[in-house]
Design a binder for this molecule. Structure first.
Ligand code: HAM
Length: 421
């Protein structure tokens, strides 16, 4: 126990952290281009926010939340997603853009008590964006195009964009009834989860992973045939915009998403080689959430992507960058007397903003040279008895093995010059 992480969590080790940084840098570059500003909300919120925001009959709220009473007796939940928190913060901090759109993005840990497997964790990381305050389908298209641009920038091929419209409170009840009458005589054949979904949330039956439920759902009425004029028009215009931008998509009338706040647009980017965890990015419009959380009716749209899944996808396509060793100078001190001068030099190089390392254990020249190589040092500076006697160091270029003798007095300047040249 003491030496094992809790199930469904992972350490991100020094040998892999550059992969995360690479991905996060791409994300930040892109968000800057599209005018999304970073927001960092707390890892935990009042449980009520997620119950109301995500929906009490969703799997996330019913089965997956990490909820506990704090010492003050308040019900607290580790965030299972960041949209509800972003909306809470938007309202609390009055982030309304005067008549315009508030564009937010976040990167951080989310927590769901899911069944851990490759690509599915209990602590996972999402990058997400939320565009709050605009109802035009142009912003839905922009949000989708940012997702597409990220995957493209990363070089990820074989990604499939699926879109659907899940309607609005005006047209969805009509569809719900149609769906219930479609499943009525199949009810006993549905899995237990779907039997309980039938009354509470029948749209979710369409999304069930159970093969028999999938079979039964074939031929189900399509929500896109039941949309009200406003939703149908919005969906048509979105498709026009995606076509205009050259973004390929397929219509999937069974795409309903697992969170209850969606209205109109729903979409997912799938990377099929990840199998059951192929959903790498998902989102949609949520025009009712801000009002549900106590604000004025405000339209909004966004997505989130699971960073672990994106990294897995990049790994399968060998698109992850190699780890670059970063060491300008490795100082090799030979003998006790050289130790303090070498240690002083180490600090002087750090003061010059050079990356410098040394050995502290008095190992052999061969062992220290090996360490210098392992760390990818550009130069090794050797200080031993001879060097101390001559008040000069031996500087070795690790690329071509050329060695020069440099007086202590000019050593810092010489190394700084060589490294920066
Ligand atoms: P979501 O579909 O629940 O949507 O999650 C978004 C993405 O997070 C998924 O496509 C998947 O890549 C990743 N993900 C979800 N659960 C796990 C897990 N257990 N392990 C690893 N990755 C996971 C949302 O969370 C919405 N808040 C998205 C959104 C933003 N909609 C509008 N704005």
């Amino acid at each position: 126990m003491l030496t094992t992480v809790p199930r469904g969590t992972k350490d991100i080790l020094p040998e892999n952290v550059h992969e995360w940084q690479y991905l996060e840098n791409k994300i930040r570059e892109l968000c800057l281009l599209y005018g999304f500003n970073e927001i960092r909300t707390p890892m935990f919120e009042h449980t009520e926010l997620f119950m109301r925001g995500i929906g009490e009959t969703t799997d996330v709220v019913e089965k997956e939340m990490y909820t506990f009473l704090d010492r003050g007796g308040r019900s607290i939940t580790l965030r299972p997603e960041n949209t509800a928190s972003a909306v809470r913060s938007y309202l609390q901090n009055k982030l309304y853009a005067d008549g315009g759109i508030t564009k937010l993005f976040y990167i951080g840990s989310m927590f769901r008590y899911d069944k851990p497997q490759a690509g599915r964790y209990r602590e996972f990381h999402q990058f997400g964006i939320e565009a709050i305050g605009e109802q035009s389908s142009l912003i839905d298209a922009e949000v989708i195009s940012l997702g597409a641009a990220l995957l493209k920038d990363l070089g990820l091929n074989d990604v499939l964009l699926k879109i659907n419209s899940v309607g609005c409170p005006k047209c969805r009840p009509v569809y719900r009834e149609k769906l219930q009458s479609f499943f009525k005589d199949k009810l006993t054949e549905l899995c237990n989860d779907c039997q309980s979904r039938y009354e509470r949330n029948p749209l979710r039956i369409l999304d069930c992973k159970n093969p028999h439920c999938k079979e039964l759902a074939e031929g189900a009425p399509k929500i896109t045939d039941c949309l009200c004029e406003e939703c149908a028009d919005h969906f048509d215009k979105l498709q026009d915009s995606l076509t205009n931008l050259g973004i390929d998509y397929i219509l999937d009338s069974h795409l309903v998403r697992g969170l209850d706040y969606y209205t109109k647009t729903a979409f997912e980017f799938k990377y099929l080689p990840l199998g059951a965890q192929s959903a790498i990015l998902g989102g949609g419009r949520y025009d009712g959430l801000i009002e549900e959380c106590g604000g004025n009716p405000t339209p909004a749209v966004g997505f989130a992507t699971g960073l672990e899944r994106v990294l897995l996808a990049l790994e399968t396509q060998k698109l992850l960058p190699p780890k670059n060793a970063y060491c300008d100078v490795f100082i090799i001190a030979m003998g006790k007397k050289a130790e303090q001068p070498a240690f002083k030099l180490l600090q002087q190089l750090h003061d010059k903003k050079l990356s410098a390392l040394m050995d502290y254990a008095g190992r052999s020249m061969k062992a220290q040279m090996k360490q210098a190589n392992k760390n990818g040092a550009k130069y090794a500076v050797i200080i031993g008895d001879d060097e101390l006697a001559n008040e000069s160091a031996t500087v070795r270029n690790m690329t071509d093995s050329a060695q020069t003798t440099v007086p202590f007095a000019s050593l810092i300047d010489k190394i700084t010059f060589e490294v920066n040249k």
